[in-house]
Design a binder for this molecule. Structure first.
Ligand SMILES: [Zn+2]
Length: 121
């Protein structure tokens, strides 16, 4: 049983799966992480499932930022990967959700990225 992301909208639990390198599924999901702009997370369309790379050495703030970003894709019902407009919208909603919950350091990570769009993929 996977934990539910705290960014889940009411009535719609988003499962959070932080994939450990020791996990049998790790090799299978690793290539998918690079499909998203952050490279460390992935939202599985239609399954309300957020995957985060547990082997990337992310600290607590980075993990929270990735989780909020991927949850935003789910909440906004994005159905396309690598869409620059969707990435922007996901970051903006994630910043709002992080700040609402007091994760200001995690929010700042995304704000820095929004202010330096040339460094985005
Ligand atoms: Zn994204």
């Amino acid at each position: 049983m996977l934990p539910t992301s705290e960014f889940s909208p009411s009535g719609r639990p988003l499962a959070l799966y932080i994939v450990d390198p020791a996990d049998e599924n790790y090799e299978k999901v690793l290539p998918m992480f690079s499909a998203d702009a952050m490279g460390h997370g992935f939202y599985v369309h239609g399954h309300d499932l957020l995957l985060i790379d547990g082997g990337a050495g992310l600290d607590a703030d980075q993990l929270k930022a990735v989780e909020a970003h991927e949850a935003s894709h789910a909440i906004l019902r994005h159905t396309e990967y690598n869409n620059p407009q969707f990435e922007l919208e996901a970051d903006e909603l994630a910043v709002q959700m992080l700040q609402d919950r007091g994760y200001d350091d995690a929010a700042d990570l995304l704000i820095d990225r929004l202010e330096a769009p040339n460094e985005n993929e």
